[in-house]
Design a protein around this ligand. Structure first.
Ligand SMILES: Nc1ncnc2c1ncn2[C@@H]1O[C@H](COP(=O)(O)OP(=O)(O)OP(=O)(O)O)[C@@H](O)[C@H]1O
Ligand SMILES: [Mg+2]
Length: 278
């Protein structure tokens, strides 16, 4: 047996030699509580630069809490959050947003008396004319539906269209990291397609995404990595191909209840525990 002529450098050196491989977002041992109720227990995971990570788990697992803690909307009671190499754990939400980490709003957040275009322009305040035109083009490109309604008063849009507009406002400006929590909730399937196409576009443009989504299979199709959360803890984290089978075993219907019986294989059409009828 011959010894290799050169040994690979230790992991720490490799990391130093490839700084671009450091995660954009690094969450370590994060805990959070709502008053006396503890919602997160030592949550750790990371989002590599330029990639999409899906945060999945049953209802009440703590996904929204993770999203809120990362964006500074809820203070972590322990642990650290680093964004782009800087610790942001105790930063206020506005400072985190200014650093390029944006939380896509849940629900509708549009100005009802302004037109669709005025809403978008307002979201682009402080951006020069050329960048503004490009951002509008990007938003209308992603949501053709909105392009056809750019002069319509936002208050007269349907509920789904208002959701689309609030998302278009977020997507118009490229950011470093987008945290999206159930943005497609209640939207028609065709609109959900538009939302996911828009996310793919911004991913291609270099923005990383942490996606929380009730359509788990769509989130997995977008994401390179998956973080599986249950009862405020990370059960598994890794590349989508590795984690997906476990996700479909634990969340067989895509979302909702946690299937905690690991021994029970999925038997389509069968009710295995039911005694045979005579
Ligand atoms: N404001 C609050 N006050 C008290 N408890 C809360 C509050 N918000 C969330 N919780 C609790 O924290 C836990 C995690 O909630 P969270 O909303 O993060 O779950 P989730 O994974 O986003 O669930 P879902 O899939 O239903 O959106 C739940 O048990 C929930 O009841
Ligand atoms: Mg939630």
């Amino acid at each position: 047996m011959t010894a290799p002529r050169t040994l690979p450098p230790p992991a720490s050196d490799r990391r130093l030699a490839q700084p671009e491989r450091l995660p954009l977002l690094d969450v370590q041992g994060v805990e959070a509580a709502y008053g006396p109720y503890r919602a997160l227990f030592g949550v750790s995971f990371s989002v590599p630069a330029g990639s999409a990570v899906a945060l999945v788990g049953p209802n009440g697992a703590g996904k929204t809490t993770v999203a809120r803690v990362i964006s500074g909307l809820l203070r972590a009671s322990a642990g650290t959050i680093a964004f782009d190499g800087q610790e942001i754990t105790r930063w206020p939400a506005w400072r985190i947003a200014r650093a390029g980490l944006v939380h896509a709003p849940e629900g509708r957040s549009v100005f009802a008396s302004l037109s669709v275009e005025e809403n978008l322009v307002l979201a682009l305040k402080g951006v020069n004319h050329r960048a503004q035109a490009e951002a509008l083009e990007r938003a209308y490109g992603a949501f053709e539906h909105l392009a056809r309604r750019k002069d319509q008063q936002a208050g007269t849009l349907s509920g789904g269209e208002q959701r689309m507009l609030s998302l278009a406002k977020v997507l118009a400006l490229p950011r470093r990291l987008l945290v999206v929590d159930e943005v497609s909730l209640g939207l028609a399937p065709a609109v959900v397609d538009e939302v996911f196409d828009a996310m793919r576009q911004i991913l291609r443009a270099g923005t990383s995404i942490l996606v929380v989504e009730q359509h788990v299979e769509r989130a997995l199709a977008l994401a390179e990595r998956v973080v599986l959360l249950a009862h405020g803890r990370v059960l598994r984290e890794g590349p989508t191909a590795e984690i997906a089978p476990e996700v479909s075993r634990l969340l067989p219907t895509g979302a909702g209840t946690l299937n905690t019986s690991p021994a029970a294989p999925q038997q389509p059409g069968g009710e295995p525990d039911r005694p045979e009828a005579e």
